[in-house]
Design a protein around this ligand. Structure first.
Ligand code: HEC
Ligand code: HEC
Ligand code: HEC
Ligand code: HEC
Ligand code: HEC
Ligand code: HEC
Length: 434
């Protein structure tokens, strides 16, 4: 009969030696602890190297002042403005030294033929960044410290969105699955290491016994590639990993079907809400005439643009090119083909006037800080869960609306809580589905 390590072991294992053996294992596991301490140390020192940028609040404060005075007109930390969003630039740019040279004299770095510099220069349509020749090293480091601190901040909800914190909903299951996956892999690796230690301890222990020649061979038979490939343990691990990865992909996929959050298509004309609704404070409803009165908000026709652009022919940012496209559309009587961003499936009914005029909800609650966007993107999930969530949490806007007086009175008799949208039927299927 074929002998294996376990059989040899059982044969030679008696009560007295068990104690000795356990002591050895303990000693080894102790060694493992030292090993993991060493790992933590290495990790920390690697992290330390990336931490050249200060996290001292005083430095960050200085950086903020410098940033606001010099960079804010073209940069934001998390958004693209005239220049790139600066978050994470310390990891993206070639080096800290490169950043210092760039900020002091971008034109020089571009002229030197530097690959990265030319790449971003072209990406930003050859917009010239100002040179800050007089900046000292510590001033630049302070700005970077501010940028880093700002980038690490968790997004504060946009004004009015406290009731519907939606943006991170799909991230929850994914994050959980990731943590579970990583946890399992770590546990598997640890198990392997511990098993390795146990096997070698067992071998040492058996060596001290007087073994027959045959047994000795079994104990010292090397672990070859083919023997481990054929082992059931290996097969199990492979099957487990494949199944786990497959499972996770399917779940991720299911959660994102039909969800287009953050969809940010390029538009045929570089129309900027930041310029129009932000800088020049043009009312949303001036262009989106339907939002207050009807179901759809509507996209303005080129004629609405011409109310102003018969006068304004040159933009400060894009020059003549983009505005000329409005003229071309009007002259050729061709509508501008805006790419639609928000789009519910046909089975759902959504009415703007009901929310904006009757409900008194700000556009930004659902669409995010549009007045800060150069390019519009879909801010909310627009899933059924998103609608329902808000209907559960939001009070009906009953002020000055005689229609509700009776309802409010009835409601306050039956319950102490404020009247939410769900109490007036906001969760009924037929209200939202045709
Ligand atoms: C006049 C507008 C303008 C100002 C002011 C400005 N920048 Fe820039 N910056 C740009 C543009 C545009 C780019 C993209 C590259 C290009 O086109 O030259 C850029 C690129 C950068 C980059 C490289 C970003 C990346 O993605 O690698 C850094 C870093 C940077 N700027 C830092 C600063 C700092 C710090 C300040 C303030 C001290 C500042 N900038 C002020 C316009 C500006
Ligand atoms: C000067 C006219 C104008 C003003 C003012 C304006 N918009 Fe727009 N809006 C447009 C045009 C044109 C588009 C289509 C191009 C685009 O997506 O950028 C658009 C697109 C949108 C979209 C995306 C539509 C889609 O396809 O799903 C939303 C949402 C939006 N605007 C909201 C707002 C809000 C909120 C405000 C006020 C803060 C506002 N707009 C102010 C002209 C305007
Ligand atoms: C109520 C007035 C008004 C309306 C309506 C209006 N704009 Fe503008 N637009 C402006 C102003 C003001 C500027 C800023 C010009 C400047 O940069 O000095 C501008 C700038 C622009 C620019 C150039 C941005 C730049 O700086 O390069 C584009 C492109 C543009 N508008 C497109 C449109 C389109 C498309 C519409 C119609 C959907 C529209 N505008 C409607 C007032 C208006
Ligand atoms: C309660 C949430 C909510 C509010 C408040 C809201 N919207 Fe919308 N908006 C939506 C949804 C949902 C869609 C997608 C509608 C569809 O596809 O039928 C949309 C679509 C749009 C569109 C694309 C064209 C259209 O009519 O479908 C524009 C433009 C728009 N909204 C502008 C506005 C403006 C301007 C305001 C403020 C006056 C506003 N929205 C307020 C949820 C909202
Ligand atoms: C930001 C919160 C918010 C979001 C998001 C929202 N709603 Fe509403 N909804 C309201 C409020 C508030 C009312 C009550 C308006 C009133 O006073 O009649 C309402 C009312 C309604 C009603 C009328 C209910 C009734 O019984 O009269 C319908 C239908 C509706 N919403 C559909 C939708 C759909 C579809 C979506 C998602 C695409 C959606 N809503 C997203 C706040 C929201
Ligand atoms: C407040 C509005 C609202 C109410 C109430 C509502 N739905 Fe929905 N429902 C939606 C919206 C919006 C979508 C489209 C979501 C998307 O595209 O992800 C949707 C999608 C669906 C879908 C398609 C599957 C999917 O997830 O895309 C089904 C099925 C559905 N709803 C069933 C129901 C049933 C059954 C009820 C009643 C218990 C109900 N809905 C109540 C707004 C609502």
């Amino acid at each position: 009969m074929k002998k294996c390590l376990c059989r040899v072991l059982l044969w030679h294992f008696d009560h007295k030696t068990a104690h000795l053996f356990l002591m050895k294992i303990k000693y080894r596991v102790h060694g493992l602890n030292k090993l993991s301490l060493w790992f933590v140390f290495v990790l920390l020192s690697v992290a330390g190297r990336a931490q050249e940028i200060s996290s001292d609040p005083a430095v960050i404060k200085d950086g903020e002042t410098l940033f606001n005075a010099n960079c804010k007109s073209c940069h934001a930390v998390k958004r693209k403005l005239v220049g790139p969003a600066l978050a994470d630039v310390e990891n993206r740019a070639p080096s800290i030294q490169w950043l210092k040279e760039w900020i002091r004299n971008p034109a020089k770095v571009i002229a030197s033929g530097d690959e990265y510099a030319n790449k971003i220069y072209n990406e930003y349509q050859k917009a010239q960044m100002t040179a800050f020749t007089n900046f000292k090293d510590d001033q630049i480091m302070a700005i970077l410290a501010y940028v880093k601190a700002e980038a690490n901040k968790v997004d504060a909800p946009a004004p009015g969105t406290e009731a519907v914190k939606t943006s991170d909903q799909p991230a929850i299951p994914t994050a959980y699955l990731n943590v579970i996956m990583i946890g399992m892999i770590v546990i598997l690796i640890l198990l392997l290491i511990i098993l390795g230690f146990i096997v070698s301890a067992l071998k040492k222990f058996l060596d001290q016994r007087d073994l027959s020649e045959e047994d000795r061979e079994v104990v010292h038979s090397p672990i070859t590639l083919s023997s481990s490939l054929q082992s059931p343990a290996f097969l199990f691990i492979v099957v487990f990993l494949v199944a786990a990865i497959g499972f996770k992909t399917v779940i991720d996929g299911l959660y994102t079907i039909g969800v287009q959050q953050n969809y940010e298509p390029r538009q045929p004309i570089a129309f900027s809400h930041k310029v129009h609704a932000g800088q020049y404070e043009i009312e949303c409803k001036y262009c989106h005439t339907g939002a207050a009165k009807g179901k759809s908000a509507n996209i303005p026709s080129a004629n609405v643009c011409m109310n102003c652009h018969t006068q304004i022919k040159v933009g400060t940012i894009t020059g003549e090119g983009e505005i000329a496209k409005i003229y071309a559309a009007v002259e050729n009587n061709k509508p501008i083909e805006w790419v639609r961003i928000h789009n519910l499936p046909d089975l759902a009914y959504f009415n703007h006037a009901q929310h904006v005029t009757v409900g008194g909800i700000e556009c930004q609650t659902c669409h995010g800080p549009i007045q800060e966007m150069d390019v519009v993107k879909q801010y909310s999930l627009l899933t059924m869960g998103w609608c329902i969530d808000c209907h559960r949490k939001t009070d009906v806007n009953t002020k000055g609306n005689a229609y509700y007086d009776n309802l409010v009175e009835l409601h306050s008799k039956s319950s102490k809580a404020n009247m939410k949208v769900e109490d007036i039927g906001g969760l009924e299927c037929a209200k939202c589905h045709y």
